[in-house]
Write a protein that binds this ligand. Structure first.
Ligand code: SF4
Length: 415
């Protein structure tokens, strides 16, 4: 099994992310306005400003968890009185600030001048950013995205677009710069290109054996959260898709003895990526996809590529994609999208990773699991794994269940 971080795209990803965090700190130290954003906030808007940088606490927390620093940073927030029941991203971030960046692989994030959260992740996120508003005495802009049970309504697109204009006005006032809307349009185009190549990369999961594992896509999605709107991101994803297609054509696939093609539901278990990938491969199992990575570049209720050019106003395009990220949509939309993925990728079984940190992702899973088992006729299993706090994960317990899932798949095939 090839090591995904030693591949060309793995090495390029490391270089890209290292450079990005270095630039962030350097530009902040040189006086740029620093904005902390939630992952789904349309960072393409910031391309309209010369002297502004954006940092993403959730992405930084995921990186800390991936480097084995999740527990130490989260416990620093717990020592300050935050409950262990709160989202581990929030605890890691609050703990990073409390420790002045100690234990973070990037020395934390530069101090913000503005916080921008949104309601399309969860209510906790706005409260978490509000902790920083209070403690650091900086303003907090909340982007309100209505939850949806069907396609995003026209009036909701308009409502979100109006808030994007408010955010631009806020940034103009803070920076003293006039937002260059041509550059915002250009950034939106780069995001569309990045999303197009991302879909091309994910399509390699259709190969048998699959050309990718979900663990590759979890790792490779990182720059989409921190570098949206930039040409380097589109170029990285273009090369990633090209290299993966070439590898598949040459028979170089991650799990050669693939007997079981699985789906993962929920956020990545950042602290377990390599271990889980290898242990599963040893069982002939490959998790080939997840809604978490497939939702990039799509609209609510589907994982098909959305045609960004169908919306000529960049602000409307950015508003239109605000419900894509699994959490801000109802059960039937989630199930509809997942059913399509299961069919397209010939999935044999689904692993629902219940995550006590992320209630908004996990609460519907029991119902969705039943629905998927019925509509798709595939075995499913639920395991318990926190995305960033490895203290809330028991590998043996999880694998007992996963192995039971594989046995059910065998039994179904034999029947
Ligand atoms: S609870 Fe879930 S959606 Fe909310 S911040 Fe944490 S990981 Fe994100």
């Amino acid at each position: 099994m090839s090591s995904f971080m030693k591949s060309e795209s793995g090495k390029r990803l490391t270089a890209l992310m290292t450079q990005d965090y270095t630039d962030l700190h350097t530009r902040a130290a040189a006086g740029a306005t620093v904005v902390w954003i939630a992952i789904v906030v349309p960072s393409e808007l910031f391309a309209g400003f010369d002297n502004l940088v954006a940092a993403v606490p959730e992405s930084h927390a995921a990186m800390c968890a991936g480097r084995g620093k999740g527990a130490v940073l989260a416990s620093r927030a717990e020592d300050a009185g935050y409950s262990m029941d709160l989202c581990s991203y929030a605890r890691i971030d609050i703990g990073t600030v409390a420790g002045g960046g100690a234990d973070s692989p990037t020395f934390g994030l530069p101090r913000p001048h503005l916080l921008v959260s949104d309601t399309n992740n969860c209510a906790l996120l706005t409260k978490w950013f509000d902790v920083h508003r209070r403690d650091m005495d900086v303003p907090h802009f909340v982007l309100d995205v209505p939850f949806c049970y069907g396609p995003q309504r026209e009036e909701d697109t308009d409502y979100i677009r109006t808030q994007l204009l408010d955010l631009i006005a806020t940034l103009e006032e803070m920076t003293g710069e006039k937002c260059d809307m041509d550059r915002v349009a250009e950034a939106t185009f780069h995001t569309a290109e990045a999303a197009r190549h991302w879909k091309r990369f994910l399509k390699n999961a259709e190969a048998r054996p699959s050309g990718i594992t979900v663990f590759d896509s979890f790792v490779q999605m990182a720059p989409f959260l921190t570098m949206r709107g930039r040409p380097e991101l589109a170029e990285h994803f273009r090369l990633l898709a090209d290299e993966t297609e070439q590898a598949v054509a040459a028979g170089d696939v991650p799990v050669k003895n693939e007997k079981y093609r699985l789906l993962w539901d929920n956020i990545a278990p950042w602290h377990q990526l390599r271990k889980m990938r290898e242990r599963l491969a040893g069982l002939g199992a490959n998790v080939v996809a997840a809604p978490y990575t497939s939702c990039i570049g799509s609209l609510e209720g589907s994982f098909a590529a959305w045609d960004f050019s169908s919306e000529t106003d960049p602000l409307r395009a950015l508003a239109r994609i605000q419900n894509h990220s699994v959490c801000p949509m109802g059960l039937s939309l989630r199930s509809q999208a997942m059913t399509g993925l299961i069919k397209d990728l010939a999935i044999d079984g689904a692993v629902f990773a219940s995550n006590r940190s992320c209630k908004v992702f996990s609460l519907m899973q029991m119902d969705q699991m039943r629905e998927i088992a019925q509509t798709c006729g595939i075995p499913t299993v639920m395991i318990d794994v926190d995305h960033a706090d490895m203290r809330k994960y028991n590998e043996e317990e999880a694998f007992v269940r996963i192995e039971a899932l594989l046995e059910q798949i065998d039994a179904q095939r034999a029947a």
